[in-house]
Design a protein around this ligand. Structure first.
Ligand SMILES: [Mg+2]
Length: 430
């Protein structure tokens, strides 16, 4: 009997077992001109081709991509290179246990997420099946989505310096124009709602308190400030009634007293949920908030560690669990957290504002877990950014994304992104 986790517990023994194809190279690049916060990963193997296509794993993570790349090449490569590409759980556990020696969160967990996605992609390609089938799916044919009202340039510090990704939650407010949903959600919210309803969307998420926060911080909001953030929702309700669900994302900007006031103001427009009104770094504060208000809440793509999700669920601190698959530890961790939430009868939401494989990872887990209520999408990104990154068009029909039928995770990076001359390109070979 072979215990891969034990046998691989010494990095020098990582090459000792070879029941499957070996990992031969790790390749990363930052597509600065498209999404400067994104790290694109390819994991190469010696598996040759399946159906005429080379077996290459595709993964990604988002935020401080240079740091995540360093973790992959400088910390994880000795374990991964030369070892079994299909030993997903063994690699996950091995790397996770060593990361926890110095905290475990942050760039390390984001790097692990990217690697995990790529290994699931490889497993799917080798099995000639979509990843969701390896996860036990399908539980549905299509995943319900909503539109997060970001614009094409959200995620860059500003239009003039596209090489910087900007601070989290401080994205470009936009300007008038097609797909400028952040601008439209504040300046013509009823028109935007009408457009989204006509396209079949069942939900839209606004960030209408971001401007208030940027102006004066998150500790005191006057009733005028509350009116400013609630007004777009009122205009949507006036124009389209209940034909679309509305949600608010607070990006973690507000302290408890201000958050309570937001909840009081939002109650009349009956949002499906309010998300990250509080910064999610105090589970006691989150539980107190939920106990004190009448609006459902969602927490949080910012948690990342599985035990944080467990504590939030145990404290009854949320109505929905929100997960970003490329921050929590990949498809492996996303599946575990979504299953944990099911034990508490709490539905899961999949985050995306952060890259095409984040979206596809969420769709694959949602295709295999009936507890997933919605996949977040940013139509501006799907229309303008993702086609410059992957070889598959993501299409939203009647408020749903059909589960992918292609082997693996469902798309490939455009090969031209991995130009060895691109600044920051890195490759580690066996
Ligand atoms: Mg959010």
């Amino acid at each position: 009997m072979t215990d891969f986790t034990e046998r691989a517990s010494s990095p020098t023994q990582a090459h000792a077992y070879r029941s499957g194809p070996r990992i031969t190279a790790l390749e990363t690049v930052i597509p600065h001109d498209v999404m400067p916060g994104l790290l694109a990963l390819r994991v190469h193997t010696d598996a040759g081709t399946v159906g005429g296509t080379p077996v290459i794993g595709h993964g990604e993570t988002y935020y401080i991509p240079t740091a995540a790349a360093a973790v992959i090449h400088d910390f994880m490569a000795p374990r991964l290179l030369g070892s079994d590409a299909r030993a997903i759980e063994s690699h996950w556990r091995f790397l996770y246990e060593r990361m926890t020696a110095f905290g475990g969160t942050g760039a390390e967990l984001r790097a692990l997420s990217a690697v995990d996605l790529a290994l699931w992609d490889i497993a799917g390609q080798l099995a000639e099946q979509p990843v969701w089938r390896l996860l036990g799916g399908p539980v549905r044919d299509a995943v319900p989505v909503y539109n997060s009202c970001g614009g094409p340039f959200y995620g860059r510090s500003n239009r003039k310096t596209p090489s910087a990704s900007g601070w989290p939650g401080h994205g470009d407010p936009g300007q008038p124009g097609p797909l400028e949903d952040n601008w439209a959600s504040m300046n013509s919210p009823a028109d935007l709602a009408e457009e989204l309803v006509a396209l079949g969307y069942k939900g839209m998420k606004l960030w209408s308190f971001d401007a208030v926060y940027r102006r004066q911080g998150g500790h005191y909001l006057s009733w005028n400030d509350i009116r400013e953030g609630v007004e777009p929702f009122e205009k949507i309700r006036e124009r389209v009634g209940d034909r679309i669900e509305v949600m608010l994302d607070g990006h973690g900007f507000f302290s408890l007293a201000a958050a309570r006031r937001i909840a009081e103001g939002m109650q009349a427009v009956r949002p499906l949920w309010m998300e990250d009104i509080l910064r999610p770094d105090s589970i006691h504060a989150m539980a107190a908030f939920r106990a004190q208000i009448l609006v459902p809440i969602a927490v949080s793509e910012m948690l990342v560690m599985a035990d944080d999700y467990r504590q939030v669920l145990e404290a009854r601190a949320t109505d929905y669990v929100m997960i970003d698959p490329t921050w929590v530890g990949g498809i492996s961790a996303t599946r575990r957290i979504a299953e944990l939430a099911q034990l508490y009868n709490v539905p899961t939401l999949m985050h995306d504002c952060t890259g095409p494989f984040t979206l596809l990872a969420g769709i694959n887990v949602a295709a295999a877990n009936s507890g997933v209520a919605f996949q977040e999408t940013v139509r501006a990104h799907i229309a303008t950014l993702y086609p410059a990154l992957i070889d598959e068009n993501v299409t939203i029909v009647d408020g749903h994304i059909a589960i992918p039928q292609r082997s693996g995770i469902g798309a490939r990076w455009l090969p031209e992104l991995f130009d060895a001359g691109h600044p920051g390109y890195r490759r580690s070979n066996l």
